[in-house]
Write a new protein. Structure first.
Length: 274
């Protein structure tokens, strides 16, 4: 659809969930406001986390739903009821998992605002036959039940915790999506390749390895590779280590001495790249 001068706000439904765009319509909204919206999953209560932004035109293939109305006291009471139901469902499901000896870990329960569906998030090493468990849950709660298996990164996002830095883990505080992280990123930043040093609570590589990766790549463009023999004011030297932040390298001279040199002092041998 093509529209002129829409006012778009960002709505979040879960504390660490994704942010979705909605059309303000005639409502005057600010960050922190609670609103009711209509989605494919039914009625939902969300919080405005990104203030109104004027948009001249929207992609024709992108549908922007409108804010249905502002949340009222009854909605807040319903939200409290939903939270209580989620706690009840979690404890009941945990009990039934134990009773049925299912090898799975229940992580979180999410109940739709209109109580039309309850989603049970869990982790497991393989496939789980939870058909009898679903029957137990349907019999208890009389609504649609979905069992959704998630990975360990999503588990950390839902449960939260403290990272190596002492701050709340990024995925549960501000990261809306997971980026691809590789060991190469740690190598590029000269970090120790000890798994306990570069892995997060989830056991996977830390998301923060991606934050400075591109900067390190840019800064290291003019650095000679470790192991290279290169010309310097001291004559031919072998590069041992790099210090990207200081713009220096540790080299070994022909007399087997270690020296620190500025990158700009080094000159590749003729016909050789750094």
């Amino acid at each position: 659809m093509a529209s002129d001068h829409l006012k778009i706000v960002g709505i979040r439904f879960q504390p660490s969930g994704a942010v979705y765009d909605f059309d303000c319509g005639h409502f005057v909204l600010k960050c922190g406001d609670l609103v009711i919206v209509k989605t494919e999953q039914g009625t939902g209560l969300g919080k405005v986390v990104r203030g109104p932004q004027k948009v001249d035109q929207i992609d024709e293939q992108r549908e922007i739903k409108k804010i249905f109305r502002l949340a009222n006291e009854a909605d807040l009471e319903q939200y409290k009821k939903i939270q209580e139901k989620e706690r009840e469902a979690f404890l009941f499901c945990l009990e039934r998992i134990r009773e049925r000896n299912l090898v799975m870990k229940l992580v979180k329960v999410e109940c739709f605002f209109d109580e039309s569906k309850i989603i049970f998030y869990f982790t497991a090493d393989g496939r789980i036959d939870f058909r009898e468990l679903v029957k137990d849950l349907v019999h208890r709660f009389h609504t649609r039940i979905e069992m959704r298996q998630i990975g360990v990164r999503n588990e950390a996002k839902m449960l939260g915790g403290l990272g190596h830095c002492g701050q709340g883990v990024c995925c549960s505080t501000f990261l809306p999506d997971f980026a691809t992280v590789s060991v190469k990123m740690a190598k590029e930043q000269n970090l120790p390749l000890n798994p306990t040093k570069i892995s997060g609570l989830c056991g996977r590589l830390m998301c923060c390895l991606t934050y400075e990766y591109e900067t390190y790549q840019e800064l290291k463009k003019d650095f000679p590779k470790c192991g290279k023999t290169i010309m310097s004011p001291l004559g031919p030297v072998k590069v041992l280590r790099q210090n990207v932040m200081e713009g220096t390298v540790v080299v070994e001279t022909q007399d087997k001495e270690e020296k620190i040199l500025k990158v700009e002092e080094l000159v590749p041998k003729k016909g050789e790249d750094k």
